[in-house]
Design a binder for this molecule. Structure first.
Ligand SMILES: NC(=O)c1ccc[n+]([C@@H]2O[C@H](COP(=O)([O-])OP(=O)(O)OC[C@H]3O[C@@H](n4cnc5c(N)ncnc54)[C@H](OP(=O)(O)O)[C@@H]3O)[C@@H](O)[C@H]2O)c1
Length: 251
């Protein structure tokens, strides 16, 4: 991925950070986007640089169109300074939050917040990416296994991921004309901050592992490996796909 530029939203921590590290290892210049956690973003950049890769961090809250506009104007300036152009090649829509509430307990505020980050964020980040994304590029949307098999542990969240799958399909034909592929990765339970509360319960953790064909909780690298494939030249004939990376959860 030498000479490629990748934007990974929400890459200060968790799955996004692992994807950023992996794309940087493959040679891409990576943009680490984050909402508020500047220290984590700085450490993600430092980690990539320490392994010989290239990255820089740009703050931007994806839940508001005004903030996305500000984010892109900062990104345009930073990319132009570094590469002589504001164009990039790979967009990973990863930024996301969870709401650990069942159907009956979910409030309007919960619902609006999770949709603002997970759905509105991916929609408008992508809309404003299109004039900047090079032909032949890649869009990878981070969905979830719960988009197809919802769980009442986090009711509204499941709906946001179904919307991500729909967004993926919406863009396939439109962007195919520009040779841009659009795919979704659906992780199963993967150990990150988003579900730390759930997974620190040993009973829950064991239940998930026992329902997983490969017998363990997912690691962030498991998801980054799939993202690296979808971002690669080798995946150029793969578009409109939903790839579950869950170790065979609930099969
Ligand atoms: N972990 C799982 O089991 C699992 C399973 C299926 C799908 N997923 C999906 O995978 C993606 C990453 O989740 P994760 O588990 O890695 O979560 P995480 O560890 O909590 O990391 C979330 C990341 O998103 C960023 N973020 C949150 N709100 C944002 C906003 N408004 N604007 C920009 N960035 C924002 C955070 O930035 P700050 O550091 O600045 O807060 C952080 O970098 C999400 O879309 C999630 O739904 C996760």
């Amino acid at each position: 991925m030498k000479d490629k530029v990748a934007l990974v939203t929400g890459s200060s921590r968790g799955i996004g950070r692992a994807i950023a590290q992996r794309l940087a290892k493959e040679g891409a210049l990576v943009v680490i986007n984050y909402a508020g956690n500047a220290d984590s973003a700085a450490s993600a950049v430092a980690e990539i640089e320490a392994s010989g890769g290239a990255a820089f961090a740009v703050q931007g809250d994806v839940s508001s169109v005004g903030e996305i506009e500000k984010f892109y104007s900062k990104l345009d300036a930073e990319l132009t300074k570094r590469t002589g152009s504001d164009r990039f090649d790979i967009l990973v829509n990863n930024a996301g939050i969870g709401v650990l509430k069942g159907f009956e307990d979910t409030t309007e505020e919960d619902f609006d917040r999770v949709f603002a980050v997970n759905v509105k964020g991916a929609f408008f980040i992508t809309q404003m990416a299109l004039p900047r994304l090079r032909d032949g590029g890649r869009i990878i949307n981070i969905s979830s296994g719960v988009s197809r098999r919802p769980s009442d542990n986090f009711a509204a969240y499941c709906l946001t991921k179904a919307a991500i799958d729909n967004l993926t399909l919406l863009l396939v034909d439109k962007l195919g004309k520009r040779n841009i592929t659009v795919n979704a990765i659906a992780p199963g339970y993967t150990a990150t901050d988003i579900n730390a509360e759930l997974l620190k319960n040993p009973e829950f953790s064991e239940k998930v592992s026992s329902r997983t064909a490969l017998g363990r909780i997912g690691r962030v690298e498991d998801i980054a490996n799939v993202a690296a494939f979808l971002a690669s030249e080798d995946a150029g004939w793969v578009t409109g796909q939903y790839i579950e990376a869950s170790g065979g959860l609930n099969m």
